[in-house]
Design a protein around this ligand. Structure first.
Ligand SMILES: Nc1ncnc2c1ncn2[C@@H]1O[C@H](COP(=O)(O)OP(=O)(O)OP(=O)(O)O)[C@@H](O)[C@H]1O
Length: 239
């Protein structure tokens, strides 16, 4: 397995009003928080990695392979969206099964892995229920189970804690921590809360105004007093 899971080299993304630029190398197996003010470019960074957004220039290399021309489905990446993207009319088991086969043609081994993933996220027994009967935190765990059954080596989580109350946030963080240790995947998660970073991150990418302004191991990030946006985020008085 290559040492670098995600390499963005001189990547630029152009929207009508602005240009974003990304350059980073994320070590394989790391748990990485992606933070920064609203509009800084966090979702766009994820879209570039998943392939939903095509860069205007630069290269995206995932686990040593150039992703030019590769559709999202062909990339070694799973993403859990913030709104968790469950189909209301499908059972929990089918929602997870979609991660294996979009046509839901599942053999018994595949069905087993759906059940195992649901059990692993604490939702054993929920297989036949519909998403509407679950709490926000439970729906988020269904989306996580769907990502797990895909067994992709890079896992992106778009604000996995956003809709959760404080107790559920802590629970989700420890679940993600355990899953990260078990699967040895490279995990990137977007968050707006320093406490999530302290709980879970080994590294931090901090974005501001369309660029990565900090790319640090956790201890170095938490000790930062600059740039001002990072100091503000960490609750330090800006210099
Ligand atoms: N499809 C698009 N067309 C035009 N501008 C876009 C598009 N997508 C994003 N942008 C702009 O690019 C910038 C970065 O947006 P992005 O959604 O990546 O930020 P973010 O850091 O994820 O913000 P938030 O924390 O609010 O979700 C914003 O100014 C946004 O308006």
């Amino acid at each position: 397995m290559p040492d670098i899971a995600v390499r963005l080299a001189d990547v630029t993304v152009r929207f009508s009003q602005k240009q974003l630029s990304f350059d980073c190398a994320i070590p394989t197996g790391a748990a990485v928080a992606v933070a920064g003010p609203s509009g800084a470019g966090k979702s766009t960074l994820f879209n570039v990695i998943t392939g939903f957004e095509k860069p205007a220039s630069g290269s995206v290399t995932l686990l040593g392979q150039d992703m030019a021309g590769r559709d999202p489905a062909e990339r070694p990446v799973s993403i859990v969206f913030q709104d968790n993207n469950l189909f209301a009319h499908l059972s929990i088991a089918d929602n997870v099964g979609l991660g294996i086969d979009p046509g839901l043609k599942l053999d018994s081994a595949a069905r087993q892995s759906v059940f195992a993933a649901l059990a692993r996220v604490g939702l054993g027994g929920y297989e036949r229920r519909l998403p509407g009967s679950l709490s926000g935190g439970e729906r988020q765990r269904v989306a996580l189970a769907r990502a797990l059954v895909r067994r992709r080596p890079i896992l992106l989580l778009d604000e996995p804690f956003a809709a959760l109350d404080p107790a559920m946030r802590a629970e989700m963080a420890s679940l993600l921590h355990e899953l990260h240790a078990e699967t040895k995947s490279t995990m990137l998660f977007i968050t707006h809360q320093p406490e999530d970073i302290r709980r879970l991150a080994e590294r931090v990418l901090f974005l501001e105004a369309g660029a990565i302004v900090a790319d640090d191991p956790i201890a170095a990030f938490l000790a930062r007093r600059d740039p001002p946006a990072v100091a503000k985020f960490l609750g330090h008085t800006a210099p």
